[in-house]
Design a protein around this ligand. Structure first.
Ligand code: SF4
Length: 248
């Protein structure tokens, strides 16, 4: 299977976000998010302001590409061809990392896990690339808390897979956050600019290591003027248990 065939099997090329130091993969339409489709009904939820439901993401070109990726994954699952899909994905990942950029990868800049089978499939892809000697750091944000907690309890999560459970509501961290941390997962929370420091203090009180993302705003709420990650790789840092993102 060559690179072109592999790209066709996984439904298209990997994404290259200009703002982040990584490639992205398996981005799918946000209407396929299972928990997200329920959360979006609640105006206090992070999903109600999802960036993937506006602007560039809603153009027909981008939507077509997202649906092609979703179809490639879900058909491979339904037809019992996940093996072939995983092999193709690992090949694309290895080629991209070897040819173009540093070894950082983000799963889903749009969309989410489709089931327990999906996170297990991702683990197999990561293990395939490891076997080939690649050292890739993976960041996987998700609202599918039950799926990933279950997965982390039953499996030895690869050390280079940083799963962050996105907290559902703006300005609110789950009372049960320790349940996530205790199984080796990370988290993220979105806060309005005036609540960034309060959230940092709340995390400290709970003895959770946390950091504020400064891509767009400084911790005091003023504009950073960067609007990109630059050298920051905090989202991939397993020692930072919670990342606090300012609400845009
Ligand atoms: S915390 Fe750092 S790596 Fe994560 S999104 Fe913000 S700037 Fe980028």
């Amino acid at each position: 299977m060559n690179l072109i065939e592999s790209i066709a099997i996984i439904g298209g090329k990997l994404g290259e976000p200009a703002k982040m130091p990584c490639y992205t993969g398996q981005s799918m339409p946000n209407t396929t998010c299972k928990r997200g489709s329920e959360l979006v009904q609640n105006k206090e939820s992070v999903c109600s302001m999802c960036y993937a439901s506006r602007g560039h993401y809603m153009t027909s070109n981008v939507q077509n590409r997202l649906w092609e990726r979703w179809e490639a994954l879900t058909m491979a699952h339904e037809d019992g061809r996940l093996n072939e899909y995983e092999l193709a994905f690992s090949k694309v990942l290895l080629e991209y990392v070897a040819s173009y950029r540093p070894e950082y990868f983000r799963w889903f800049d749009s969309g989410d896990l489709q089931g327990g089978w999906h996170i297990e499939s991702i683990e197999r892809i990561i293990n395939m690339t490891e076997k080939e000697g690649a050292q890739i750091c993976h960041w996987l944000p998700t609202h599918e808390n039950k799926i990933v907690i279950n997965y982390a309890k039953k499996n030895n999560k690869p050390k280079n897979l940083i799963i962050r459970v996105s907290q559902d509501m703006i300005n609110k961290i789950d009372d049960d956050i320790k349940r996530i941390i205790d199984v080796g997962l990370g988290a993220s929370v979105v806060c309005t600019k005036d609540k960034l420091k309060d959230m940092l203090n709340e995390c400290r009180k709970k003895k959770i290591t946390a950091a504020i993302c400064t891509a767009k705003y400084n911790p005091d709420g003023t504009e950073s003027g960067r609007n990109k990650c630059g050298p920051c790789k905090l989202c991939w840092n397993p020692n930072i248990q919670v990342i606090i993102y300012p609400k845009h």
